[in-house]
Write a protein that binds this ligand. Structure first.
Ligand code: FMN
Length: 367
């Protein structure tokens, strides 16, 4: 079988040799060095920009462009500006302050801003003419998608169930990320209850392929060549992998988080809204447990996220994994079959080889 015959129409469009998208991961993992390394290795790197100011986004995109002339993407959270009421902030701090005290932090206070201005971030992606833009947590208007298209951006929406995929198609999106329940970190769900939207990747991908007719990227639980082959077999055009890249040398997360990934098992993660106010999957630890004890004291995203941030930063400085948000997917343990701290370039080489080997293995099955 020739190498070309492996490539899907979507990967071909972006000149990719390997059907692997390095999924955007906010909070430190997806540095410009990682994004560029993945794109240079024949995949497609994605910068997570949701937590970044427009100036910082411009700086990181410029850094990527120094390192690669290949396509890459930038990801944002679709968020309305939200001004929380003082009472909900005070209630949340009642639960967070005792944990802050353990790191000698003074009681928390209401903040001026809880998240960067989404509209300004969106305008920045347009001004920078980034090749691909992806979105989660919400839906863009058709007008916004038209504006992105008019400026040459390729638009990808995240869906956790079919109705969300159809809403993105209606808005004019070019492709869909199918985020299965296995996926690490925040659920992208924006229609209906989160509990109703924990559809596994195996069930979700083909249903989104059939319902939308758009290119679908499979996300959630894909950690090696077997997962990539499975994603393509389900009709996905590429595998979007997050957790697999978390431990890479270029990933700027605390070492203790990388260490916890190396000892995680298939049952180590849980989905909680206690840390950020939005449901997210991570490795269980005391932070998750203690904040989950008083559900009435959890403020909505992004308020809870911002209120727990200084505590988590202090824990990161102290290399204390008990009070970090240890976001990771259910497949984390599969990464333990590789050496710790591989570069993204080396990981891409391994993934490419595994995927080719798996494809050949399946092709060799006797009819
Ligand atoms: C640490 C971490 C941070 C993430 N941050 C984002 C993000 O900023 N935007 C986004 O669309 N998805 C984010 N995700 C989800 C990934 O893009 C992707 O859907 C997921 O990692 C796929 O599942 P996997 O972790 O099992 O590979 C994050 C995932 C992780 C593990």
């Amino acid at each position: 079988m020739s190498e070309e015959s492996f490539v899907t129409p979507w990967t071909e469009r972006f000149g990719m040799r390997v059907p692997v998208v390095q999924a955007p991961m906010a909070g430190g993992p997806t540095t410009p060095a990682m994004v560029a390394a993945v794109s240079n290795a024949g995949g497609l790197g994605f910068l997570a920009a949701a937590a970044l100011s427009p100036e910082k986004i411009a700086g990181e995109v410029a850094a990527i462009r120094v390192l690669t002339d290949r396509p890459f993407g930038v990801n944002l959270f679709v968020l309305d500006d939200l001004t929380p009421d003082d009472a909900s902030v005070r209630r949340a701090l009642e639960a967070i302050d005792p944990l802050r005290a353990e790191f000698d932090l003074p009681p928390g206070r209401p903040l001026e801003r809880y998240a960067p201005d989404f509209r300004a971030q969106l305008q920045t992606l347009i001004d920078l003419r980034v090749p691909l833009a992806s979105f989660t947590f919400g839906l863009l208007s058709a007008d916004d998608v038209t504006r992105l298209h008019a400026n040459g951006l390729y638009v990808i929406g995240t869906a956790t169930h079919v109705a969300e995929g159809l809403a993105w198609r209606e808005a004019g999106a070019d492709a869909i990320v199918a985020q299965g329940a296995e996926a690490g970190a925040h659920r992208g769900t924006f229609i209906g209850a989160f509990e109703d939207a924990l559809v596994g990747t195996l069930a979700l991908v083909p249903q989104l392929v059939d319902a939308t007719g758009l290119p679908v990227l499979a996300a959630g639980g894909i950690m090696d060549g077997r997962g990539i082959v499975a994603a393509l077999a389900l009709g996905a055009q590429a595998a979007a992998m997050g957790t697999a890249f978390l431990g890479c040398a270029e990933s700027a997360i605390p070492q203790v988080w990388k260490d916890r990934l190396r000892s995680a098992s298939d049952t180590s993660t849980a989905v909680t809204r206690a840390i950020t106010g939005r449901h997210a999957r991570g490795i269980r630890n005391p932070l998750m447990q203690r904040l989950s004890e008083a559900t009435d004291k959890i403020a909505p995203y992004p308020v809870q996220n911002a209120l727990t941030q200084e505590l988590r930063q202090s824990a990161a400085r102290a290399q204390n994994s008990d009070y970090l948000s240890l976001w990771a997917g259910q497949g984390a343990a599969l990464g333990q079959r590789r050496e710790a701290g591989l570069s993204a370039t080396e990981l891409m080489k391994r993934l490419e080889q595994e995927w080719r080997d798996e494809t050949a293995r399946i092709a060799a099955f006797k009819r």
